[in-house]
Write a protein that binds this ligand. Structure first.
Ligand SMILES: C[S@@+](CC[C@H](N)C(=O)[O-])C[C@H]1O[C@@H](n2cnc3c(N)ncnc32)[C@H](O)[C@@H]1O
Length: 393
């Protein structure tokens, strides 16, 4: 797909074969998080610093993630044997486990921290997390809602997942945060109903808007961290190497697009939505974003936000504007017109790159590759709703 140059590709592939370092965020109020970070560095790091493992390698102390605010996210890679052999490392590990149990530390893959940082959640925002389980990003959203340490912030978080067992998991994961601002729902995100605000006055949003439009809850921020083929998680999830097939991404494209469009419908005018996947596949990424932009009236109602100045130390690549589509039998197609009738059932016109991709600003999407900063792979698009779209607006 020409995602990178031929010279760069072997580095990308080699990095995919190296296990992913562990990572975590220090959570809680700002002052408390800083205290915990200082304790970790002063009490536990000195004992780890000079430990040499069985292979003769010096164990590295955990490192702060350079682009994460206030040095509150860290990554480290100590082998299980090193943990067993070094009492200091084992003590540090116990500290991490204990602090995770009480909710002061949240284990989370580094790239998975990015969507919520770019969502820019404020304590007064109403936020919808459409595909939320197991809840690592919901936890980040809740923390942002409580950033001012008010006992009850005015914001609201609705965290949803379609799978019932995973929705329960979401409840368990978020319970430790004890937030009064959280509602968990169990629904298919593409069919999420509007939430009525009983008792709210019926004011018209505009001369042609229905009188009921203001009774419906619109969200300031929406996260659509959609189900995806997961090829960006290959370093952590080795099963993907065997289970990956081209049909996985193709099969999810339609659902991903429906979820993104439903999210845009539920967003306030002026609000922002982040669409993200842990996949490199343009069919699940740029193709979905481009099709949603077209569906919602091009750049009149929604636009891609240029986030290139945000998180300046994060190394990233721009979204792409051209790609091809492969069918299940391994044949490449450049346009829908080239697809023979017998192959059309499993593909869709929205999967294909179109000429307006550059004017839609697809290059503003963000691609994260493992070899850039020793992470997993991710895709993030920040979308702003600039004008009304659909009957309810
Ligand atoms: C990539 S995971 C989300 C990870 C989560 N945001 C986090 O950071 O912990 C995708 C989730 O979407 C859920 N899902 C699958 N189909 C869905 C649908 N139609 N509507 C809502 N959620 C769905 C899956 O159960 C899964 O939990």
């Amino acid at each position: 797909q020409n995602l990178m140059s031929e010279e760069e590709f072997p580095r990308f592939l080699a990095q995919l074969r190296i296990p992913l370092p562990s990572s975590f965020r220090i959570t809680g109020s700002r002052s408390h998080a800083k205290e915990l970070k200082d304790l970790m560095v002063s009490k536990y790091f000195p004992g780890i610093e000079n430990f040499v493992d069985d292979a003769g390698e010096v164990v590295q102390v955990p490192k702060p993630i350079p682009w994460y605010p206030d040095d509150l996210a860290w990554s480290y890679s100590a082998s299980r044997t090193a943990l067993k052999k070094s009492p200091q490392l084992a003590t540090y590990h116990k500290f991490l486990v204990a602090e995770t149990e009480v909710g002061n530390i949240s284990r989370q893959e580094v790239v998975s921290m990015i969507p919520v940082l770019l969502l820019d959640v404020k304590p007064e925002h109403s936020v919808l997390d459409m595909c939320a389980a197991p809840g690592s990003k919901t936890a980040q959203i809740i923390e942002a809602i409580h950033a001012n340490d008010e006992p009850i912030p005015s914001g609201l978080v609705v965290a949803n997942d379609a799978e019932q067992a995973r929705a329960y998991m979401l409840v368990r994961q978020t319970k430790r945060l004890q937030s009064p601002c959280l509602v968990v729902t169990n629904h298919e995100a593409q069919f999420l109903p509007f939430i009525s605000l009983a008792g709210a006055p019926a004011v018209q949003a505009g001369p042609d808007a229905p009188a009921t439009s203001s009774r419906v809850l619109r969200f300031d921020r929406i996260l659509g961290d959609v189900p995806c083929s997961g090829d960006g998680t290959m370093r952590k999830n080795k099963l993907i190497w065997n289970s990956w097939k081209v049909g996985n991404g193709n099969g999810l494209h339609k659902l991903q697009l429906q979820i993104l469009i439903r999210g845009i419908e539920m967003l306030k005018v002026g609000g922002q939505m982040v669409y993200s996947t842990c996949s490199f596949n343009p069919i699940e990424n740029e193709a979905v974003v481009a099709a949603a932009l077209r569906h919602c009236g091009g750049t009149c109602a929604i636009e891609l936000v240029d986030a290139s100045k945000r998180l300046p130390q994060l190394e990233r690549r721009n979204g792409i504007c051209t790609w091809k589509v492969m069918s299940g039998n391994g044949t490449w197609y450049s346009s829908w017109d080239d697809v023979p009738a017998e192959r059309r059932a499993k593909l869709a016109p929205t999967m294909f790159a179109q000429e307006d991709n550059v004017s839609l600003g697809l290059d503003k999407c963000i691609r994260l590759y493992p070899h850039l900063q020793d992470t997993g792979g991710f895709f993030v698009a920040v979308i702003r709703k600039t004008g009304p779209f659909g009957k309810m607006d």
